[in-house]
Every structure is written in C-alpha cells, then in structure tokens.
Ligand binder design. Structure first.
Ligand SMILES: Nc1ncnc2c1ncn2[C@@H]1O[C@H](COP(=O)(O)OP(=O)(O)OP(=O)(O)O)[C@@H](O)[C@H]1O
Ligand SMILES: *[C@@H]1O[C@H](CO)[C@@H](O)[C@H](O)[C@H]1NC(C)=O
Ligand SMILES: [Mg+2]
Length: 328
C-alpha cells in the first residue's frame, strides 16, 4: 500500500501539470478503480489474495486457531461459502442463519469470515452490518426504515455485486423490515436492473439456543464428546422442533418456511474448557503470558448452568474480556 501511494504521489504532479484538476481526479479514480478491480492493491499490501474470493486453507487455519467449541459451524461455513464464492452464476444469493446461545461466536466467526474474503479497504464497500435494535429502533418509523434498508442493499450490491450483509439480532427485527429484504433473497434474475444473486446474507439470532443446549447436555450426560454431534442430530432435535414451533419470531415463518435460508449454522454453548481457551486467547492478544493459574481463575469466575451440573457458561465467552480487565 505504501508503495502504491508513493507511486500515485509521484504520478500526480506530472498529470496535474498537464491536465485540469477534474481530469486528474478522474485519472486517479480510474487508476485506483483498475487497481481494486484486478485485486492488485492486495499485491501492494503484501498478500496474494483476490478480493471477493477465499483461500480455504487460510480460512480453515484461522477458524482452528480462533474459534473454539464450534465444530459444526466451522465445518458448515467452510463447506458452503467458498463453493458459493467460486460459483460465477448462482441462482440466488447465499443466505446463512447462524443461531445459538449468547457469546458462542456468531459475530466473531462472521467477522473472521469477511476478513478472509475482503481486505479492510474493500470491506468498507462490500460488507454491511445491520443491527435491527440499533439502526431501526422505533416501530413507528417502519416505512422510512424499509426504504432505507432497501436503498442500502440496492446501493451496496450495485457498487459491489458480492456484497455481504450481516443482520444481527434478526429475531428482534420488525416484520415489516423482514418483508423488505425478502425479495432480495429470492430466485429473481434481477430486480429493477440489479442482480442480487452473488450477495451473501448472514442472519444472526439466539433462536434454537435452548434446544441446542438440551442436545449438547444429552451428549454430555451420556459421557459423549460434543464433537460427536452431527448436523443430522441438530436437524432432528433442533430444527424440527424449535423452528417448527414458531418460537423464533416472524423471520422464521417468513424466511425459513419459504426456504429462503440455504444453510443453518448451529452454535453450541461454551463449556468451562472452551471458556479457558477464550481466556488464554484474550491474554495472548493483550501480550500477556497465558498463565494456567490465572486462566483457570478467570474461567471459574464466570457463571455456569444448569444449576446442578454447571456445564455451560451463561454468557459464553462474551464477558471474558471485561473479566480480564478486573484481574489484570
Ligand atoms: N466459539 C468461540 N471461540 C472463540 N472465541 C469466542 C467464541 N465465542 C465467543 N468468543 C469470544 O467472545 C466474544 C463475543 O462473542 P460473539 O460476539 O461472537 O458472540 P455471539 O454468539 O454473537 O453472542 P450474542 O448472541 O450475544 O450476540 C468474541 O469477540 C470472542 O472474543
Ligand atoms: C492459502 O493460504 C495458505 C495458508 O495461509 C498459504 O500457504 C497459501 O499460499 C495460500 N494460497 C494462495 C493461493 O494464496
Ligand atoms: Mg452477537
């Protein structure tokens, strides 16, 4: 990037001597446009990745190193996303539903995923995070919000066809807003001249969290490793019950029943050993020695459930960072 900047700065005075300012600006934007188009600016960044694609090996390594206790989520995402990204002619956008207990890594894994697909520079253009309760808090403004949301999706995809939209707390989103994004998820060739088929929609929610905990407990009580839980077990025990009982709100009936969601990604509650791993990772991130004693002390300071067996962290790994502040 430094090299690139230097090159542009060297070019600038030469061009501006000969051309009016407007042309200079145009020239520079054409140059930067070309550079980003060919993924060349990555070259200057010292990485060989191409924007909008993913290096599966690197993604796998990143997941192994950073995401704990979520064998199915890692597996499902690694299977679905690279395949979609390498498909030049998808029939519909990819819609993923990430769901499970709080603090289990839904936002974290999404962040790692987009970081593997786009550089920081391109993320500004191609990745949008929408938090319903934050961006659209007032039910009375729903019509206005609908327009805003549709404009956001349309302009982002017009700018970057492989846009990624992360909808956080989708279970708390107003039905009107769900209806507003529904057309984008469907099998349309294009809507008003824009094709949404290369976009990725990621929905995050706590829906099904209790059922996933029940399933994990069943394995835990039988003395079986949670890694033995297969996607088909989750389908049987979680999707067919929790998701069919309409307890996951309007988005459920509206997106799931219409088969607009392509992939369900379950997140398991965090056990003590996983919380320990989170503490260790956080200590290392802050440049501290991951001392076993302090790691255990911090992990023990979290609250666990169910009340008798105390297997899973109530907040997952979510409060690890603030706990650390108190200990250090
Ligand atoms: N499975 C995990 N592996 C490693 N770290 C994790 C994991 N889950 C959570 N963490 C840590 O906890 C923090 C909070 O997790 P995150 O925000 O991803 O939770 P979430 O599943 O989105 O929860 P919520 O449902 O409350 O939004 C992360 O930034 C990360 O540091
Ligand atoms: C993909 O990532 C791996 C691991 O980081 C790296 O060794 C490899 O060179 C990368 N491949 C490409 C094509 O960039
Ligand atoms: Mg979250």
């Amino acid at each position: 990037m430094k090299l690139l900047r230097a090159a542009l700065w060297l070019l600038l005075p030469v061009i501006s001597r000969a051309e009016p300012i407007s042309i200079t600006v145009g020239t520079v934007s054409v140059i930067t446009g070309l550079i980003s188009y060919y993924g060349l600016h990555n070259y200057f960044w010292g990485s060989s990745r191409v924007e909008g694609t993913v290096n599966v090996t690197a993604l796998q390594l990143d997941f192994e190193k950073n995401i704990f206790g979520q064998h199915l989520a890692k597996q499902v995402i690694i299977k679905a996303v690279p395949r979609f990204l390498s498909n030049e002619n998808p029939k519909k956008p990819l819609a993923l539903s990430l769901h499970g207990w709080t603090g289990t890594g839904k936002n974290y894994i999404s962040q790692i995923l987009v970081n593997n697909i786009y550089s920081e520079y391109m993320r500004k253009k191609c990745v949008r995070t929408i938090v319903a309760t934050l961006h659209f808090p007032h039910a009375s403004h729903i019509q206005e919000y609908k327009d805003q949301l549709q404009t956001l999706v349309r302009s982002s995809v017009s700018d970057c066809e492989r846009s990624i939209f992360i909808f956080d707390e989708i279970d708390k989103m107003h039905p009107g807003l769900i209806d507003a994004i529904k057309p984008f998820l469907d099998y349309y060739d294009h809507i008003d001249g824009v094709s949404y088929r290369k976009a990725i929609f990621i929905f995050l929610s706590n829906a099904g969290g209790e059922k996933i905990t029940e399933l994990s407990l069943k394995f835990w009580r039988a003395g079986r490793d949670r890694e033995e839980i297969k996607l088909s077990d989750v389908e049987k025990d979680v999707y067919l019950s929790a998701f069919n009982k309409k307890d996951s709100g309007y988005w459920h009936s509206s997106l799931i029943d219409k088969n607009l969601i392509d992939v369900f990604v379950p997140f398991f509650p965090m056990e003590f050993r996983h919380v320990k791993m989170c503490v260790k990772a956080e200590l290392e991130r802050r440049g501290h020695d991951a001392d076993e004693e302090i790691t255990i002390a911090i992990a023990k300071d979290m609250t666990y459930y169910p009340s008798g067996e105390k297997v899973y962290s109530v907040k997952g790994c979510k409060t690890v960072s603030t706990k650390l502040d108190l200990f250090l």
